[in-house]
Design a protein around this ligand. Structure first.
Ligand code: PNW
Length: 515
């Protein structure tokens, strides 16, 4: 049933794709982009009156002030200081200096009529070692208190991510971080409890984890992200996911038991997923697409909706490498979200892998999945390439992934917690040229038009949409080279001046009716 739905929508989108590609072939990519602005009206961006539009950021990517006011080190402070890990050895030491510019940035959001803001809290800023028994950092708590007050006073709803990849380094050193699931789960529960107690009177949406998939696969499975521990990439990603899921579940329990009734908020988790289209029109490739969705999104969503990992993972991750939940843990996990957050940027092709696999105990996460992925089919990219090497623009994919989520999990609320794009070579342009970001403006329009169809025509329960990102920031391994902001940050100016890009002006128009 699920499989058929995916096949049908894939076939439908396949037709659209063909039309898209032939347009590209005739006009050439640049002309398509140049020719489009007039075609992008606001007319096809229709949403329910109470739909929430916002912008998103994350602490390590914008705050800076990495060693000020008692903040402890996180795995990203340590990782970004290792030569060779980040583009040009850049770090988040200063980033956008948002820590000192909160007032200015809130004013900027106000001027753009932004009414919803997704931010994250730096764990080691409020609990320097990550362990509450070692003490909390009052200055860090005061900082977020002030920030949240400013936002609320500006009429902005605040959604807070508790964990956007910045584990306190002490927990990594002491326990091996997310590879350990007793001490770290307890530490996360205490941290979450503290945040609910201190900020939950004003924060109405809590996101426990941001893209735990990336932490597991790129942080613990390879060297792409902090902490980059590859001591056993054949089991580590599975352990890291297990710990993050259990941490999520206990944090949700604390919130529901102690806070939710009187604070009247909601709690969920944010998962990332591309949508996948079959490389060839074979049954095996359609099945491989479904498998990729389940190995990515389903790895986390099945446990939080149904209480256990997808059956296909139990079948394919051989050798007892996929941990098991106890009956109590399953109960704790099942139904542990009020909303599901989706970060979505791009789509790609997936085929079935039928080449021989390494021996069981040498297999990586990718081997286990038995798929091959590509942004190209017959030498043609799925869409125009953005600045990041993994990001190709293909707007219909967001409608398809939203439909897939709705069908499989029947969530009451989906929030698109991130969607956005980096403009090719934006960092090499003079500022004036960068501000004229038609590529991003079109991306936002085209993806939003597909979200609109998902909501208004397909009946998908999307309730909110946040652009990534409010402003250019530290884009992890790509440093400051890749710019995702709708606001430009001039890293050459001593004040890190902000300049409004055209896409921000456009977005401000889009959100105007939804105030
Ligand atoms: C997200 N992919 O990461 C993160 O949540 C943000 O912090 C980040 O700045 C943003 O997207 C842009 O990269 C992603 O490979 C990492 O598909 C990897 C992928 C997507 C998103």
């Amino acid at each position: 049933m699920l499989f058929r739905d995916t096949m049908e929508s894939s076939a439908m989108v396949g037709v659209l794709l063909l039309i898209g590609i032939s347009t590209l072939l005739i006009l050439g990519e640049n002309q398509v982009i140049k020719a489009s602005p007039n075609k992008r009206s606001l007319d096809d961006l229709v949403f329910p009156k109470d739909f929430r539009f916002g912008v998103a950021t994350a602490a390590y990517q914008i705050e800076g002030a990495y060693n000020e006011d008692g903040r402890g080190m996180s795995i990203w402070d340590i990782w970004s200081h290792i030569p060779g890990k980040i583009y040009m050895n850049q770090t988040g030491d200063v980033a956008d200096d948002h820590y000192h510019k909160v007032r200015e940035d809130v004013e900027m959001m106000k001027s753009l009529r932004v009414k919803n803001y997704r931010m994250s809290i730096s764990w080691s800023r409020v609990i320097p070692t990550g362990l509450i028994k070692d003490g909390i950092n009052q200055k860090g708590i005061d900082h977020y208190d002030r920030e949240i007050n400013m936002l609320v006073n500006a009429g902005i709803n605040v959604a807070v991510t508790l964990y956007h990849w910045d584990l306190p380094q002490h927990l990594q050193d002491l326990y091996g971080g997310w590879l350990n699931s007793n001490e770290v789960v307890e530490a996360f529960r205490d941290y979450a409890d503290l945040c609910f107690a201190k900020f939950g009177d004003r924060v109405k949406d809590w996101i426990t984890f941001n893209e735990p998939f990336v932490t597991s696969v790129q942080g613990y499975g390879n060297e792409g992200m902090a902490p980059g521990s590859t001591n056993s990439s054949t089991v580590s990603p599975y352990l890291a996911t297990h710990s993050q899921l259990l941490s999520h579940a206990v944090a949700v329990k604390v919130y529901r038991d102690k806070y939710q009734k009187h604070q009247n908020g909601r709690i969920g988790i944010t998962l990332n997923s591309n949508f996948y289209y079959p490389l060839t029109n074979t049954q095996a490739d359609y099945v491989a697409c479904e498998r990729a969705l389940l190995f990515g999104f389903g790895w986390f969503a099945d446990p939080v909706f149904f209480g256990d990992y997808p059956q296909v993972m139990k079948d394919f991750v051989e050798g007892g490498r996929l941990p098991q939940f106890t009956p109590e843990q399953k109960k704790l996990l099942k139904g542990s979200v009020d909303f599901i957050g989706l970060n979505h940027y791009t789509s790609n092709y997936i085929g079935n892998r039928d080449t021989p696999l390494p021996p069981v105990y040498q297999r990586t996460f990718n081997d286990d999945q038995r798929t091959i992925g590509s942004s190209y089919k017959n030498g043609v990219p799925i869409g125009p390439q953005a600045d990041s090497d993994w990001l190709y623009v293909y707007a219909p994919g967001i409608r398809s992934i939203l439909n897939w989520i709705q069908h499989r999990y029947q969530p009451k609320m989906i929030y698109v917690t991130e969607n956005g794009v980096d403009v090719p070579n934006e960092s090499d342009m003079p500022i004036q040229q960068a501000l004229n970001d038609t590529f991003r403006q079109n991306y936002i329009h085209d993806y939003l038009a597909e979200v609109s169809k998902a909501v208004m025509q397909d009946g998908v329960n999307v309730k909110a949409y946040y652009v990534w990102s409010l402003m250019d920031n530290f884009e992890w391994a790509n440093g400051y080279r890749c710019r995702f902001g709708i606001v430009y940050v001039d890293y050459k100016s001593s004040n890190l001046d902000r300049h409004i890009k055209n896409s921000a002006k456009y977005y401000s128009q889009v959100i105007k009716p939804y105030q």
